[in-house]
Design a protein around this ligand. Structure first.
Ligand code: ADP
Length: 527
């Protein structure tokens, strides 16, 4: 894999760089539309007082605190992985507004002391103006940021330092709001109604939201950018309800605004959680797929090695048989040089066959087609049977053949196809090793059927269990003590790579018959 593709894949996996899917963009737009509809619905009733709802405030504040805090923790976690200044800015923003929720609630008129109206308002103002400033930092450092050096110690320290600085800043805001109410302009006319100075703060926050939206819209590339647009829209709707439409604290518009605030706090949290789960599932699937691919690669390597061992073993066994026979002919009181020479010639032929076989197996597993040419299957079968005379004799098997001359040629690789025939005959001889109550016969037939040339090898052995008729062609399926189960798998690979078919059936009255069919090479009729 090239470095470029690797990077592209990483881009698709990180939340901050992952582009939004069309469905996610549609969902984000739907959320904004729903909130606008809620704004329109609440508008006519926004000034209705709901004083009796004051006891709900702690529950509301707790919900905001928890969601903002969890979002901040998740974003800090993301920063620890990605080391992006932008994410750090966003995480700090969420932490800042979370930390200010507790003093906001505690200073709310009536919670501890009725005289803290201004402190509550200034803490609220710091939250309203502070958060869009952090988002501004997120949107502006996003593209130009150099990643922090990739050291875990540095990341953890940065998170700790950012947390401490944020808490200190929040503490400063609270201290100023509490200690010097006289120094600051009055934001509240009384415990519930906002002053014109609050309108300035609200307008400043609205202006910052507008700048945030413009920046995020211009750079919207990632899923995070898309959802931050929704968050800012929600905050703008919240502030409109709270400050411009409601009659003051604890009115319907004020509560509707805070509910929007809760939605805004939850949006990013939900997105982070759902995307993290999606990524986790994707990662788990990728791991499983990779494990399976590795297992398949291993099986292919095993199959390749076993195929070579299996196929080369046959000529080697034949060479040993012929060497034994040659020695017996020479050991006689009057050595039979003619027979010994015949056996030596078969050894030499087997040696050539083994080396050709290795070359042809290598060619089969290499990319690129092996050299194929039109050939006469009848000749090929006859030459294979000549080579297997020794094995047949030792197994007390009589080999009969019905080889009609003049059949159409087929296009193929002779060594591979010869080995297929040799495998089928060797299997037939093996299958009859335990037969003692009838003649051991192998009957090889070559015939032309429709547009194909069919070769079949029938025996008088035990035959096949119907359940095994397909399984015998699978790699490593063997019922023999020393079998590797690669012979028929090799045959199927070769025949199918020649555009043919191979199958097993029952022989009548006993035994099995293995056949393969290859397309006849019919010369094109002259025009
Ligand atoms: P191996 O010879 O190493 O077992 P093969 O793939 O050549 O591997 O054969 C797989 C199995 O198919 C054999 O173990 C045997 O059970 C079955 N088989 C193959 N040929 C015959 C046959 N002519 N008669 C009965 N069973 C056969």
């Amino acid at each position: 894999m090239t470095a470029a593709t690797e990077t592209q894949r990483d881009d698709g996996l990180l939340l901050t760089t992952m582009p939004p899917r069309p469905a996610q963009v549609r969902l984000a737009a739907a959320v904004v539309l729903c909130l606008l509809a809620a704004l329109a619905a609440a508008w006519p009733f926004a000034r209705m007082p709901l004083d009796a709802t004051e006891p709900l405030l702690p529950a509301y504040a707790a919900a905001i605190l928890i969601t903002d805090l969890i979002t901040a923790v998740l974003l800090f976690g993301l920063f620890a992985i990605e080391r992006s200044r932008a994410i750090l800015a966003l995480a700090t923003g969420y932490l800042f507004v979370a930390v200010l929720v507790a003093p906001w609630l505690l200073t709310f008129p009536g919670a501890i002391d009725a005289g803290m109206t201004e402190a509550t308002a200034w803490i609220g103002a710091a939250r309203r103006v502070g958060f869009p400033l952090f988002v501004l930092a997120y949107a502006t450092v996003k593209d130009t940021e150099p990643a922090f050096p990739n050291s875990p110690v540095r990341g953890a320290r940065l998170v700790a330092a950012a947390t401490l600085a944020t808490v200190a800043l929040a503490a400063l805001v609270v201290a100023v709001a509490l200690a010097h109410p006289g120094l600051l302009p009055r934001l509240m006319r009384d415990d519930t109604r906002m002053s014109s100075a609050w309108m300035v703060v609200a307008s400043l926050a609205m202006a910052l939201y507008a700048v945030d939206l413009a920046l995020l819209w211009r750079r919207r590339r990632s899923l995070l950018d898309t959802w931050m647009i929704v968050v800012i829209c929600t905050l703008a709707i919240e502030l409109t309800l709270l400050s411009f439409l409601s009659s003051g604290r604890l009115s319907l518009g004020w509560w509707a605004g805070w509910l929007c605030g809760l939605a805004s706090a939850s949006i990013l949290l939900l997105v982070l959680l759902s995307e993290t789960t999606t990524l986790y599932v994707r990662l788990a699937r990728a791991t499983i797929a990779e494990r399976r691919a590795r297992a398949e690669r291993l099986t292919a390597v095993e199959a390749f090695s076993a195929a070579i061992a299996h196929e080369v073993n046959q000529p080697l066994a034949s060479m040993v048989t012929n060497a034994d026979a040659a020695m017996r002919w020479l050991d006689r009181p009057r050595p039979d040089l003619g027979e010994a020479r015949g056996a030596l010639e078969r050894i030499a032929a087997d040696g050539h066959r083994a080396s050709q076989l290795v070359a042809s197996i290598r060619a089969m597993f290499r990319s690129g087609a092996p050299v194929r040419a039109p050939l006469d299957l009848t000749d090929l079968v006859a030459s294979v049977l000549r080579c297997q005379q020794g094995e047949a004799r030792i197994g007390h098997v009589s080999v009969r053949a019905d080889l009609v001359p003049g059949l159409p040629h087929v296009v193929g690789e002779p060594v591979q196809l010869g080995q297929v025939v040799a495998n089928l005959v060797a299997n037939a001889i093996d299958a009859m090793a335990g037969i003692t109550d009838r003649a051991r016969i192998v009957f090889v037939q070559c015939r032309s059927v429709a547009t194909e040339v069919v070769v079949s090898v029938a025996d008088s052995g035990p035959g096949l269990d119907p359940a095994d008729r397909e399984r015998v062609f699978e790699p490593f399926f063997s019922t023999k003590d020393s079998g590797m189960g690669m012979g028929l798998a090799f045959c199927r690979t070769v025949i199918e790579s020649h555009g043919g078919r191979i199958w097993a059936a029952d022989n009548a009255p006993v035994g099995a018959v293995f056949s393969f069919a290859l397309p006849a090479d019919v010369p094109e009729a002259p025009q």
